[in-house]
Design a protein around this ligand. Structure first.
Ligand code: GDP
Length: 431
């Protein structure tokens, strides 16, 4: 599909189709090169006059048959008309935001929806696109502005007899209620903002334990280089999985071995760093090794939550523990090569991911940016509340104004030029 938006969008239809379809009704039309009159393709054309379009501006859509030559010819035809240029990544959404069709949190929700890889991510993104946090933030801001107006009235008309004395107390009561509401949301938002990255699981262990083989097994595709030579996985490889509907990011870390050449040492350093920061470490060892070297016997060196995985059990003749009955809850015996014991490991990982994201289904905070904004709002309201009903009105007003500004930045109502580029950079061209 090709979209044209802006005040000249109508001209694009006139030039390419020779007519403009009825608003919001699909029409079958020949697309011609305006210079030569040559037919390029037959398309379904749609015309959305402002303001009833996604961006709020005039917008035309052509559903072409596609293919490189068709798209190239239509682009060239459009390029030959003065005033037309290709859209920047995210430019349609940015215009929709600038024309008030979306607030900033909804634009972020759209970016997340497009990027969503699992059902949980998709649901959270869709709720945000539909204003789940934006609408709340706007309502809170409206309440704060009302409270602020009371305090300002008290300041401006303090000499006048008909302004009631006790305007500050009701303003602070509002502040207190909002503070409680926002703090509660922050408290039970769980790991919702982690939905984007997924639960991070690092696969670590001595070289040759079978980490890359395990990762490939789990990912069901060849994402990591599997090699029989120790120390070949030199960097950190990342694979995104959907486990039971939840996003899990698996990290294959370079074999943890002292010494080695500088490149390998760098890999080891990164591996340690990533594994330390992971939500869960799968500490993989070669369960078949008989003459275990000292380092193979090492306990996991990580302070993060760690599960022990004994690999290569296919090489062990007597293996009554494969079904897990005699293993403790977070110990696993597997063969990354044959897949034995893997079901139990995958089930445990899925359950862990589901627990990790448990409350996120009802959570409205899906980004660190939102969490910070809400925490800052609570802090600003606390400042106002600390001053109390007999506190200096100017200071109370200032704290309330700060709270309103923070919420305004959250939805993009005020003063957000500096963060727009960061947010819209996430989009691809045509969105
Ligand atoms: P890494 O260094 O820990 O990433 O180990 P690799 O995944 O590269 O595996 C090292 C070697 O062990 C390779 O030759 C694999 O084919 C082999 N290997 C991995 N898992 C198993 C397993 O479960 N059973 C057997 N028999 N060999 C395995």
């Amino acid at each position: 599909m090709l979209r044209v938006c802006g005040p000249q969008a109508r001209l694009a239809l006139e030039k390419l189709l020779g007519r403009v379809p009825a608003p919001r009704r699909a029409a079958l039309a020949r697309v011609r090169d305006p210079a030569t009159g040559e037919a390029i393709d037959e398309a379904l054309a749609l015309w959305f006059p402002a303001p009833h379009s996604e961006t709020g501006e005039d917008m035309a859509e052509l559903q072409l048959h596609g293919g490189h030559a068709v798209i190239a010819a239509v682009f060239e035809a459009l390029g030959s008309i003065a005033g037309f240029r290709p859209a920047e990544p995210g430019e349609f959404t940015r215009r929709a935001f600038e024309n008030g069709r979306l607030d900033l949190t909804e634009a972020e929700g759209l970016a997340d929806l497009i990027a969503a890889e699992t059902p949980a991510q998709r649901r959270a993104a869709f709720r945000q696109l539909k204003g789940q946090i934006g609408d709340r933030a706007e309502a809170w801001r409206a309440h704060i502005i009302k409270a602020l107006a009371l305090v300002e009235a008290r300041i401006d008309f303090s000499d006048e007899a008909d302004v009631p004395e006790n305007l500050v107390a009701p303003a602070l009561l509002t502040a207190q209620q909002l503070r409680a509401e926002i703090a509660a949301i922050l408290a039970d938002s769980g790991h919702a903002e982690r939905l984007r990255d997924g639960l991070v699981v690092a696969i670590a262990g001595p070289p040759n334990a079978g980490k890359s083989t395990l990762l490939n097994r789990l990912a069901k595709r060849e994402a990591a280089i599997v090699s029989p030579l120790p120390g070949t996985t030199r960097d950190v490889i990342e694979v995104h999985l959907n486990l039971g509907g939840y996003p899990v990011t698996l990290l294959d870390t370079a074999g943890l071995r002292e010494g080695g050449e500088p490149v390998e040492q760098e890999g080891i350093r990164r591996a340690r760093e990533r594994a330390e920061a992971a939500d869960l470490v799968l500490w993989v060892t070669d369960g078949s090794a008989t003459g275990l070297s000292a380092e193979d016997k090492l306990e996991s060196p990580f302070s993060s939550k760690t599960w022990r995985v004994a690999n290569k059990v296919d090489l062990v003749v007597d293996k009554p523990w494969i079904n897990g009955e005699s293993l403790s809850a977070h110990s696993f015996a597997i063969s990354a090569l044959t897949g034995a014991g893997l079901d139990r490991l995958v089930a445990a990982l899925s359950a862990h991911a589901s627990d990790f994201f448990a409350v996120t289904e009802s959570s409205i905070v899906t980004r660190a940016r939102h969490r910070r904004a809400l925490a800052d709002t609570v802090a600003a309201l606390d400042q106002a509340l600390a001053l109390g009903p007999s506190g200096r009105e100017e200071l109370i007003a200032e704290a309330l104004r700060a709270a309103a500004t923070i919420l305004g930045r959250l939805t993009g109502r005020v003063d957000v030029e500096d963060i727009l580029d960061v947010i819209f950079r996430e989009f691809c061209i045509g969105k």
